[in-house]
Design a protein around this ligand. Structure first.
Ligand code: ADP
Ligand code: MG
Length: 358
């Protein structure tokens, strides 16, 4: 049995549904992210696990025990909220020690556990300071130490890095994941930042309007998004609509704005209307005789390690990302021949429709 199970977990506010029948199983030691746009129900889900929001329906099962309606302090989970909510009038050590005092742990053991927790987050020398004497990243680490010191079965993180600036945030992502691996605490993190979720998680739960749309390893969610929403929320996507023109055992040919494109999907039906996703980095420049389509560069944007181009083509405006190899890959107005691997076209939506007559 999985360590943490959410079964049809739901939250209704009047006739508004914040979370709808969410099912998720989390293994011991796993790092799972709830990813989705603002308002999709991530925090509500986390709060139902923590016990601060009462579930309207469904169950939360921790290590075989139904905790759905148990009080938060009886669940004993470690929580780091968006605002770290450190006690301003207490030193770092006292902040970290607080949860242990509540649990009536003896002073000697308390001191030792606080020391270990602070060492874990690299704040060994900061125990005597007050929160106001720390940087944002240091405060974030105190909040993490405070959550971990009680040795919780599950660590819940709600947008834990949203107050940090971009560079620090990246460093903290690496550090947080290293700490989590070291202590092995089962962790659920809420984030609206897809790159954060992809880089840190064993699995992501992509949410939209209160529902879990796809639960997958980051690579699979990116390469095989189950629908249009996931394809656009997880990474960038070129989307086009096509009509299936022919099908054989290897795949199908689709008519997209009068261009015939082939996919590796042999399960489609002639006349079916589908939406295709092509990731920007799958587009390659090629010689004119190898091209699938020709386009004209409308604009280029420099991203440091990459260039991002908008290219006008017969399929519409295509996004292409190419590695920065020391020179700009192309200039505005330049004509480019483009191709992509046959399996790069991924179907994200299928609409069966009546065959057209006449
Ligand atoms: N106490 C509440 N009463 C009514 N609606 C709420 C309450 N808390 C949250 N909501 C609504 O539930 C939805 C999900 O909220 P939340 O879980 O905080 O979203 P997220 O964390 O994904 O941004 C939002 O539309 C929000 O307005
Ligand atoms: Mg939230």
């Amino acid at each position: 049995m999985s360590f943490l199970q959410l079964e049809n977990l739901s939250k209704h506010y009047g006739d508004f549904t914040a979370v709808e029948k969410l099912n998720l199983t989390v293994e011991k030691g796993e790092f799972v992210s709830l990813l989705g746009p603002s308002g999709c129900g991530k925090t509500t889900t986390l709060q139902m696990i923590a016990g601060f929001v009462d579930a309207s329906a469904g169950r939360v099962i921790l290590d075989g025990r139904d905790i759905t309606h148990e009080k938060p302090n009886r669940r004993g989970l470690g929580i780091v909220f968006q605002s770290y909510a450190l006690f301003p009038h207490m030193t770092v050590s006292a902040n970290v020690s607080f949860g242990l005092e509540m649990r009536q742990i003896a002073p000697a053991e308390r001191a030792e556990r606080v020391r270990k927790a602070l060492a874990l987050v690299h704040l060994d020398k900061f125990g005597h300071r007050y929160p106001r004497e720390l940087s944002g990243g240091q405060r974030q680490r105190v909040a993490l130490a405070r959550a971990l010191v009680i040795e919780p079965p599950v660590l819940l993180l709600d947008e834990p890095m949203s107050n940090l600036d971009a560079k620090l945030r990246e460093d903290m992502q690496v550090e947080l994941r290293e700490i989590q691996r070291k202590v092995g605490t089962t962790t659920i993190m809420v984030t609206h930042d897809q790159s954060e979720a992809l880089s840190m998680s064993d699995r992501v739960v992509v949410m939209d309007a209160g529902c879990a749309i796809q639960i997958a390893k980051p690579f699979d969610a990116y390469e095989n998004p189950v629908n249009q929403f996931v394809s656009q929320f997880v990474g960038k996507a070129n989307l086009f609509e096509g009509l299936v023109a022919s099908v054989n055992r290897q795949g199908s040919a689709l008519n997209v704005h009068g261009q015939l494109l082939t996919t590796c999907d042999p399960t489609l039906q002639i006349g079916e209307r589908v939406t295709l996703c092509l990731r920007p980095e799958k587009l390659e420049r090629c010689s004119p005789q190898d091209e699938i389509i020709r386009g004209r560069v409308r604009s280029g944007m420099f991203l440091g390690n990459q260039w991002l181009y908008h290219i006008d083509t017969g399929l519409g405006d295509l996004l292409a990302t190419w590695q920065n190899c020391g020179n700009a890959a192309c200039s505005n107005g330049e004509e480019v021949s483009l191709r992509w691997p046959a399996d790069a076209l991924h179907i994200v939506k299928r609409e069966h429709q009546e065959a057209q007559h006449g």
